[in-house]
Write a protein that binds this ligand. Structure first.
Ligand code: PGA
Length: 252
């Protein structure tokens, strides 16, 4: 069976401050992806930088958005629809990032976005993750609930267009990533949840890890945590470090 590719996603959040910096960063990453055989790379800039970067999009370098509205069009001031994004050579959309959940996005809204994104032919990166870990393991139920509600009514045939990004909130933006051993336990759990939910269709679904990923922990998180790739925040803004992370993952 052909081994599926790894995936490294850079979430730029509300950075950088100028189009010039955005172009330089994206071009440097794109250059470094030439010759990658085993890894796809996605950068997710703010909406305003997507259009000037579309000409760079070419496998294995892809563009992603950080959010999308599930309505195709209409009176939604300040929003960008999934149809507008797919028209822009955007292949991936981050859905349900914890920073957006904190702004009030509900499980129901996130599910609508997942369905719109995959229905629009793009790949949804569904973010899940607990705020804190408790000794009873209740956080596992929390993760399960987020996955189950995120995937509600998503046609099984479209599940290969969903990537689950596990990002424990306590690790995001922190200086405390998860131990690869704990990640392994959690990735096994997530695979089981997906299997119970989607049967063999879950075989094609990738699981990523995100939260304080850097060039020191990247290799071990993917290798020992047994995930298909990484969702990288801060370090994706430093081209040298991000490229090193990509190369480490590609060599696994
Ligand atoms: P971080 O962010 O790598 O800066 O912790 C990850 C994310 O929020 O996706």
């Amino acid at each position: 069976m052909k081994k599926s590719k790894k995936l490294v996603v850079g979430n730029w959040k509300m950075n950088p401050q100028s189009l010039d910096e955005a172009k330089k960063l994206a071009q440097a990453v794109k250059r470094a992806t030439r010759g990658l055989k085993k890894t796809d790379v996605v950068v997710c800039p703010p909406f305003v930088f997507l259009s000037p970067l579309t000409s760079l999009s070419d496998s294995p370098f892809f563009l992603g958005a950080q959010n999308a509205n599930y309505e195709a069009q209409g009176p939604f001031t300040g929003e960008v629809s999934y149809t507008e994004l797919s028209d822009f050579k955007v292949d991936y959309v981050i859905v349900g990032h914890s920073e957006r959940r904190k702004m009030g996005e509900s499980d129901d809204l996130i599910n609508k976005k997942v369905r719109a994104v995959v229905g629009g032919g793009m790949i949804a990166i569904l973010c899940v993750g607990e705020e804190a870990r408790d000794s009873n393991g209740d956080f596992y139920n929390f993760i399960k609930h987020q996955i189950t509600s995120g995937l509600k009514d998503v046609s099984k045939k479209m599940l290969d267009r969903v990537v689950v990004a596990y990002e424990p909130l306590w690790a995001i933006g922190a200086r405390e990533s998860m131990s690869p051993r704990d990640l392994l336990e959690t990735s096994i759990f997530i695979k089981k949840v997906l299997k119970d939910l989607c049967g063999t269709f879950s075989d094609s679904m990738k699981i990523l890890y995100g939260g304080d990923v850097d060039r020191v922990n990247a290799d071990s998180l993917v290798r020992d945590g047994n995930v298909s790739g990484l969702l990288v925040g801060r370090e994706s803004l430093r081209s040298k470090d991000f490229i090193e992370i990509i190369k480490l993952v590609d060599s696994i």
